[in-house]
Design a protein around this ligand. Sequence first.
Ligand SMILES: *Cc1c(COP(=O)(O)O)cnc(C)c1O
Length: 414
Amino acid sequence: MPVTTDPAPLAELTRQDPELAEVIAAEATRQADSLQLIAAENFVSPAVLEALGSPLANKYAEGYPGARHHGGCELVDVAERLAIERAKALFGAEHANVQAHSGSSAVLAAYAVLLRPGDTVLAMGLPSGGHLTHGSPANFSGRWFDFVPYGVDPESGLIDYDRVHHTARAHRPKAIVCGSISYPRHIDYAAFRAIADDVGASLVADAAHPIGLVAGGAAPNPVPYADIVCATTHKVLRGPRGGMLLCRADLADRVDRAVFPFTQSGAQMHTIAAKAVAFGEAATPAFTAYAHQVVANAKALAGALAAQGFTVTTGGTDTHLVTLDAAPLGVLGQTARGRLASAGMVLDTCALPHGDGRGLRLGTAALTTQGMGEAETARIAVLLAGVVSGDLDPGAVRREIRELTAVFPPYPRR
Ligand SMILES: *Cc1c(COP(=O)(O)O)cnc(C)c1O
């Protein structure tokens, strides 16, 4: 499912500001001729890029369609209504707010609806794969709320729902957050809903990672279970950088007011237009095929990496995410990431359940957009293991990655 055109050639920028144009051109080349295995990244379509670079970037639009604090919003109102209606249809939600500037802003707004400072919140601990907004002391969440962490089983790497239930009963949180930056398995939203109901808590699903798979029917939908679903639009969903919230009609006004005016003011109309474009793309059969191929590629990658000697967390994946322990190959995650970067393979380190900095996190969203399939991902696993273990020459692998990405460019020339 590769996209079929070049992004804009930057003609005006090159004339006016060659210094900056050169940075953008070099970054485009870096993205195209190395392998993007960062699980949160993807390649948006040229149509999404056009909406992002459109004159909608000039418009001030505080408020919501039909109720703005600025004049001249008639046309951007149409764009935002399209984004809202498409998001509602895509995820079967009664209400969608598409103004959140980022995933973190969406989570902040959800907390603003459901919590008061000092309230107790149960969320996955950061060493197990919780996000910064799930109680990091360096983040507003950890400063303003009393977070109680749940973990994953250290042996299986899986969420132990009985233990989550036990912790919830012991701490009686006001809200429970489910969602993670690195959990590679489907989340049992019905189980979380039952736990939340038992202890009288609200349920927030932070589906920033899997929401694109949900759109393509390749992962379970949290919308029927969570009071508020928070998400990003730029990960597997393949839209512009940004956030959104989905909820029932009875929470619609409170969610909207938590985004504007409580945590944000002017909406970014170019981004909202680009979200509408991406939601339109995500509603197509081609995107459904894409989402399923993302998962097939991740399963192939996990299987091939296990065959190469890595310990694959949870023994595999249901999603686009694969997390690994590099220790059996004799290195720490940080060392492995550096070696792989020099060979043209870009990925993240991550915490592991038994927490000692050995983890690597990979995702297949970007390479699947480029049109790669299971054969390519299996070859990538061999190259990756060889570079990490030191058995393969990084320079030779760098050349092979260039050849591979030349066959599967993110933005093929027509
Ligand atoms: C990516 C992510 C976020 C934050 O998204 P930003 O747009 O970077 O703020 C929040 N929660 C989870 C679980 C994520 O994976």
